[in-house]
Structures are given as C-alpha cells and as structure tokens.
Design a binder for this molecule. Structure first.
Ligand SMILES: [Zn+2]
Length: 257
C-alpha cells in the first residue's frame, strides 16, 4: 500500500538525517499520523514542512521525500525543520481527497462561513490535540504542499504573513510557481461548482481565512505560511520538480532575512 511504502521511506531517510519519528495519534483503520523532529536542537528558524493532507495530491509527499533525499545537508544545519509528510493515510491509500470517512483533514481548525469548518476530521482532532507542538515547530514558517486538478493549467499559492500586504516571501513563491505553470489570472478563483470569494492577485491568495491548518497556524503567530497549489494535470515528475524548487524558494527566503 502506498502509505506504508512512503512511511517506511520517510522513516528510513529521516532517521539517517537524525530525526525521531513520533506518532501523534491513530486515525481511521489504525493508521498513525506521523511527525518528525530533529534529535538535536539548533538555533535556526523553526520551520514545519507538511504534505499529504489530501490523499489524491500525491506529488506533495513524493516531493518532500525527493527533497530530503537530494537536498544539501546545510539546510538541516541552518534550520530547525520538522516534517509531517503523510497527514491523511487512508486518503493516500485510496487516492481520494478526504479520509476514508469523507472528512477533510485540512478544514475545521477555525470556524468560518464555510460549512466544512464546523466539523473537524479525525486527523484534524489529532493535530488539535498537539497544537502546542505544531505552533512551536512552525514558529518562523510552514509550507504545506497541495495540488489542484480543477484550475488547469494554472498554478497559484495561498500565503499568510503577519502583515497587511504580501511581501517578498509570497512573491518569491509565486514567481517560482510561474516558472512551471502560468499563474492563475487575477480575480476570483475559478470554481466550477460554486462562487468563491477567494481573490487571486499575481498568483497569490493572501491571508485567506478558510479554517485550514495553515490558516490556524497563521492565527497563532506563524510568521510565514505557504500553501502552493500546482496543476495536477501535469506529469508527476514535472510536479515534483516544481515542488522541489518551491521548497527551496521557501527555505532560501530564510537565508536572506
Ligand atoms: Zn489539497
């Protein structure tokens, strides 16, 4: 099964790199929600890298795995990175967006106007039970990798920053996305089923209160959050190359501030 396979590869590689694997809890069918922290503290920015909230968006976990297998070692010395690469095991195994009980693991952390925000998934409850660790590990930033099969051929990113307007952080991420995908046109996010109030500008949906995990961490003080959404209709190899560059852009930002 895909989850077991990826879980074992993450565990092997991250153990070699000096990380400890924690099981934050058990979600449906007894699957663990895994979280990796370095054994040794450093004083670098505390950054949380996550993927696999939506099970069919498989480029995210595979990109994180490829990244940790190929990136320069100095990232692990400069940054206090933690990884949560496979948030939705039952969705990943069934190649479906939500979990096996049809709950969205990336919703319901804050109540918004969205009906989905009024209930929380089993994974969401586990994360909420560990929110102090989540907030601490994402103090300086977080990135969560997503994909979109509706707005093809476009790419765009949600970002959250503790400022009224987007800064270099958001623009850097959008610029990297634009090297692989045309940026979504300015205006409302194209939606085939309903009217959305998400407004895209220069490929960025900024500080959008959607009740997601990333929105919640932003509300709790995370300085910079990015949720890139890339075109899922491109090949897996292409999406992974794009994500690797996006992850590097995210990390390189902290080398410049
Ligand atoms: Zn998603």
């Amino acid at each position: 099964m895909l989850f077991e396979h990826l879980d074992s590869m993450f565990n092997t590689r991250l153990s070699e790199l000096g990380f400890t694997r924690y099981e934050l809890g058990k979600t449906y069918l007894g699957y663990p929600l895994t979280f990796y922290l370095p054994k040794i503290m450093n004083n670098g920015p505390r950054l949380l890298l996550t993927a696999g909230f939506h099970g069919e968006e498989i480029a995210g976990p595979i990109s994180l795995l490829t990244f940790i297998n190929t990136c320069r070692k100095s990232y692990f010395e400069k940054f206090y990175m933690s990884f949560m690469p496979l948030v939705n095991p039952t969705g990943i195994n069934r190649k479906i967006r939500n979990n096996v009980n049809n709950e969205n693991p990336d919703a319901g952390f804050i109540r918004t106007g969205d009906p989905e925000s009024f209930s929380q998934s089993k994974e969401g409850k586990i994360l909420s039970d560990h929110m102090e660790e989540m907030v601490a590990s994402s103090h300086d930033g977080m990135i969560t990798l997503h994909e979109d099969n509706i707005r093809s051929p476009y790419g765009y990113t949600f970002t959250w920053e503790q400022s009224e307007h987007p800064t270099k952080f958001s623009y850097d991420i959008a610029e990297t996305i634009s090297k692989f995908f045309p940026l979504h046109p300015d205006g409302r996010l194209i939606d085939v089923v309903s009217v959305t109030d998400m407004v895209v500008n220069e490929g960025i949906i900024y500080n959008y209160n959607d009740g997601s995990f990333e929105d919640y961490l932003y509300q709790k003080g995370c300085k910079y959050c990015a949720c890139p959404d890339i075109d899922q209709n491109r090949s897996l190899e292409y999406r992974v190359s794009a994500n690797i560059e996006i992850i590097k852009t995210f990390l390189n930002f902290y080398e410049q501030i």
